[in-house]
Design a protein around this ligand. Structure first.
Ligand code: MIC
Ligand code: SF4
Length: 645
């Protein structure tokens, strides 16, 4: 039986377990990446583990999320990360160098390697034929300390691409189409593997756009084969020697298949407020727009921005539109400065901002009240832009650029403008933004810690009886942005959980922290796909700080479920989803004999939760692995690791 590419790479990295969908496996991690907003926790945790040296081949600490430095907090975070990076032999990418995923693709990603990143869009590396997985910060800290990562072996979906895209239809439209077909939870527990003759018409950065947004499917990761286009890309980045050819066996067996006819695709947009709420640009119609934002780790490559420059050249941005562009990396910005494309963009009336995440995470450029904003980004959750009543549409760079000129959402296929073919160019290697740890080690380098950096909360081992009061009854698809919002006001406090926790669930229920303080021990009730989106473990750490003991939901998103377990909070899944309806705020719940019940999960048992207020009993089933059971009993991952050591 032929093998999928994903399983070939997993097999080559398998350390423990049976490589079979649903089984717990431990794999070797070759590379890690962190970014600043999750990175401070990662490096606090790495320090807490007291390791002597990291075990990965390469680890990089990027600074890209919060580069506004509106107060001392960010700059202190950057300095802290730099100091710990130096102590442990981690490369440090200074603010201004660009967005972690784009930079990793350009400079370090290698076909066939494994990469674990403390950011949900780490699967961008799948565009280069890597197994690149997003995880919570603590998992990444452990991957650095031990060189390993444990996960449930996913199923593999085959997305077979047939044919070739027409002009004005791009990689973004492919992934928007896949999202429309599979939904934001369609990828949970799965790897999405792209095959078919259509693959060869896509460049590595096109592929990276697609694997990047596989995060929005809830997938563990997404992957493309490594072929001549991969070689060409690595060559253009000055590292052809990193190329290896990789593909699935021709007779590989997949768990599911989705066929996409590229010739038939048209420009698409994800409408407010979910990346899978997809419709054709033509059907949505020529709605008036107020803002266009081009960039983010999804669509800020050289080719993307050169297409944008070609569309804008000699034109003028519409009077009511603010067009803002954030390039993916310093190399891209420098190249466009030298070939004149940057001037074309600026002359058209665009605002060019720093090579960073910027508006994608609400770090500036929030649109006006009630605005319609077109963005080439990957998430359009309500309020993420920093403006709660704005309507965000996710589109391709081509659609964004032509719409910025027209002032209304525009389908480029009908505009009569010919798009030029963007030829690959050579990028001179430039590591002037990178700080190497040379000569530094734990003995000669101190940790630099500013006053805003507070210790992270730690749980205690699971008691025999867990009592908790219902402090929130939430709906389906709650995002980690809902749980722990992030914008220019809150991002400076990513290293300060006590402060941050006062804003937990702020956008959907301002009374949440108050109720938690009153209850002492709290429980959250949620619907389907609870915790989708960002990998931020703050969405588990802030609830932990507020006394949350367990979350009852119809289903959980992968990374958040792990973050809860890592924090010693139980993610419990209703055996009967109808139970969800029976809760009210203030209901008192109890799990009796909690330790025995959790331990019995290994034999496929249920955990029984009693609703004392209503006199009801609920069966929950969570399929905890043996490792997860140990972590829950110990009150989290860090306690478990400490014990092991
Ligand atoms: C995001 O896109 O939501 C983020 C900000 O990059 C997060 C990480 C974070 O919350 O710091 C992610 O995707 O994991
Ligand atoms: Fe940064 Fe946005 Fe990408 Fe997250 S999705 S890494 S905030 S650019």
């Amino acid at each position: 039986m032929g093998k999928t590419l994903a399983y070939k790479i997993l097999e080559a990295h398998l350390l423990e377990g049976e490589l079979k969908a649903g089984e717990e496996i431990t794999i070797k991690i070759d590379q890690t990446l962190t970014q600043d907003s999750t990175g401070t926790m990662v490096y606090l945790q790495l320090e807490a583990m007291e390791v002597d040296s990291i075990k990965t081949e390469l680890s990089v600490a990027y600074i890209d999320h919060n580069t506004l430095q509106t107060g001392f907090e960010n700059a202190d975070d950057h300095e802290f990360i730099k100091s710990v990076a130096r102590r442990h032999g981690v490369l440090f990418s200074k603010p201004g160098n660009g967005i972690c995923h784009q930079l990793h693709l350009e400079n370090y990603g290698k076909p066939g390697k494994t990469l674990l990143g403390s950011d949900s869009h780490t699967p961008t590396g799948g565009g280069l034929g890597m197994i690149a997985i997003g995880a919570g910060g603590l998992d990444v800290a452990v991957a650095m300390a031990k060189g390993t990562y444990s996960l449930t072996a996913p199923k593999v979906i085959n997305v077979e691409l047939k044919g070739k895209l027409r002009p004005w239809v791009s990689a973004k439209d492919i992934i928007l189409y896949v999202l429309q077909q599979l939904s934001v939870k369609g990828g949970v527990g799965k790897i999405v593997e792209y095959t078919g003759d259509g693959v060869k018409s896509l460049s590595v950065t096109d592929r990276a756009t697609i694997t990047n947004m596989g995060a929005e499917l809830g997938a563990t990761t997404s992957i493309f084969p490594s072929d001549e286009n991969t070689r060409e890309y690595l060559k253009s980045e000055g590292r052809e020697e990193d190329y290896t050819s990789l593909a699935a066996d021709p007779d590989a067996v997949y768990d599911e298949t989705l066929i996409v006819d590229l010739n038939a695709l048209v420009p698409l947009a994800a409408m407010p407020h979910s990346p899978d709420n997809v419709e054709t640009v033509e059907k949505i119609g020529k709605i008036k727009i107020d803002q266009v934002a081009i960039g983010s780790c999804t669509n800020s490559s050289y080719a993307d921005l050169m297409k944008v420059a070609a569309i804008l050249k000699g034109k003028k941005v519409a009077p009511d539109v603010s067009l803002v562009i954030s390039p993916g990396s310093s190399k891209i910005m420098a190249k466009m400065a030298s070939n004149g494309a940057l001037a074309d963009i600026i002359n058209a009336g665009a605002r060019v901002i720093e090579n960073a995440c910027g508006p994608c995470i609400g770090m500036g450029q929030s649109p006006k009240s009630g605005a319609v904003s077109l963005r080439t980004f990957n998430r359009n959750f309500k309020g993420r832009s920093g403006t709660n009543d704005a309507d965000i549409y996710l589109v391709s760079p081509e659609t964004a650029a032509i719409s910025a000129i027209e002032g209304v959402l525009t389908d480029g296929t009908a505009c009569g403008l010919e798009l030029p073919q963007i030829e690959p160019v050579d990028f001179a290697p430039n590591d002037n933004f990178v700080v190497y740890p040379e000569g530094c080690n734990k003995a000669n380098t101190d940790v630099t810690m500013g006053p805003n950096i507070k210790p992270f909360p730690r749980n205690t081992s699971l008691p025999e009886e867990v009592k908790a009061r219902v402090v929130l009854h939430a709906g389906d698809n709650i995002t980690t942005d809902d749980i722990m919002p992030s914008d220019s006001r809150l991002l400076p406090y990513r290293s300060n959980i006590p402060h941050l926790s006062e804003f937990c669930f702020e956008k959907i229920d301002k009374g949440f922290p108050g109720r938690c303080h009153e209850a002492g021990n709290g429980a959250i009730v949620g619907g389907e796909n609870y915790g989708q989106g960002s990998s931020r473990e703050h969405a588990a750490l802030a609830p932990l700080y507020l006394g949350i003991k367990f979350v009852l939901a119809k289903s959980f998103a992968r990374i958040h479920r792990s973050n809860l377990i890592n924090s010693g909070i139980l993610p419990l899944v209703f055996d009967d989803p109808a139970d969800y309806e029976t809760f009210d705020l203030g209901d008192d719940l109890v799990i009796e004999n909690a330790r025995d019940q959790v331990a019995a999960q290994a034999d496929g048992g249920f955990i029984i939760v009693k609703n004392v207020t209503k006199g009801l009993e609920y069966k929950t089933k969570s399929n905890f692995s043996a490792l997860e059971i140990t972590m829950i009993l110990n009150g989290g991952k860090i306690n478990t690791i400490k014990e092991e050591m």
